[in-house]
Design a protein around this ligand. Structure first.
Ligand code: XBP
Ligand code: MG
Length: 254
């Protein structure tokens, strides 16, 4: 039995509810700025989330939802420029304080640091977005708390492929039996389980109906001492919020 050494966090939907009110909105802002009449409504965006990665999601939309489009230059270049504009709007929304961390995230990160656990991020989103979220919510210094921030195009295959988690663990010199991962989506848990990681899932409005087979514990949020989580599946061993003690308890069952 290996000792628990690190927490690996997904970002979008896990650290913060970014998809509906930040990513979706910034895609729409980029479309408008480019003179496109595309409108990614809340339900449509839920469908589009099936494809991870902003550039990949735009390509999927073009291929599957549109009859015809007019653009200058070649398609990958057009998508890349649109996505750069989207990242600009996303960072702006975050810099205006538009998004908070989910309940329990700041407390758990702080407890993990006190307990000497390593922290890492494994996300599909762009590095600039991670820096904006962490900087805005925990402060610019907090980026250093994470031994590895594995983001976006650093691996060729995004989630649901396990590559981003494998990359983060390699950089930390740790194996999956020494880590616990935090995710919010079906694509996320396919990625963690593909990397042989034990996984805690905190659901959100876009993912509550997803299949989380293979999760060690599925809860509605990490919770706080005065604001308990709800257990969707798995055994929380009488705990009412997610802390390092519960993480160690779950890890021992591995
Ligand atoms: C997050 C994503 C990302 C964001 C958009 O998935 O799918 O694509 O929606 O980010 P996960 P970019 O939480 O599983 O990592 O536009 O920066 O790609
Ligand atoms: Mg996610």
């Amino acid at each position: 039995m290996s000792k628990l050494k690190a927490f690996l966090f997904d970002v979008d939907g896990t650290l913060a509810d970014t998809e509906r009110d930040a990513h979706r909105v910034s895609f729409n802002m980029a479309f408008e700025a480019a003179g496109l009449d595309w409108d990614w409504t809340v339900p449509l965006y839920g469908e589009l989330l099936e494809v991870t990665g902003g550039k990949e999601r735009i390509k999927h939309y073009i291929d599957n939802y549109l009859e015809d489009i007019n653009y200058d230059g070649d398609l990958p270049d057009f998508i890349r420029q649109l996505h750069e504009s989207k990242t600009h709007f996303f960072v702006k929304i975050l810099s205006e304080g538009g998004i908070a961390l989910r309940p329990g995230v700041e407390r758990l990160i702080s407890e993990a640091r006190d307990a000497g656990l390593k922290l890492a991020i494994a996300t599909t989103t762009t590095m600039e977005n991670v820096e904006a979220l962490i900087g805005q919510t925990l402060g610019a210094d907090a980026l250093k708390w994470f031994e590895v921030i594995a983001a976006g195009d650093v691996v060729p295959k995004k989630k649901p492929a396990p590559d981003i988690y494998i990359y983060a663990m390699e950089k930390m010199n740790l194996g999956p039996e020494q880590c616990l991962a935090f995710e919010d989506s079906h694509n996320g848990i396919l990625s963690t389980t593909g990397a042989n990681l034990q996984t805690i899932v905190t659901i959100n409005d876009y993912t509550r109906t997803h299949n989380f087979n293979g999760a060690a514990l599925v809860i509605d949020q990490l919770g706080e001492p005065d604001s308990p989580f709800q257990v969707i599946s798995g055994d929380a061993k009488g705990h009412s919020y997610f802390d390092v003690a519960l993480a160690r308890d779950i890890h021992q069952r591995n």
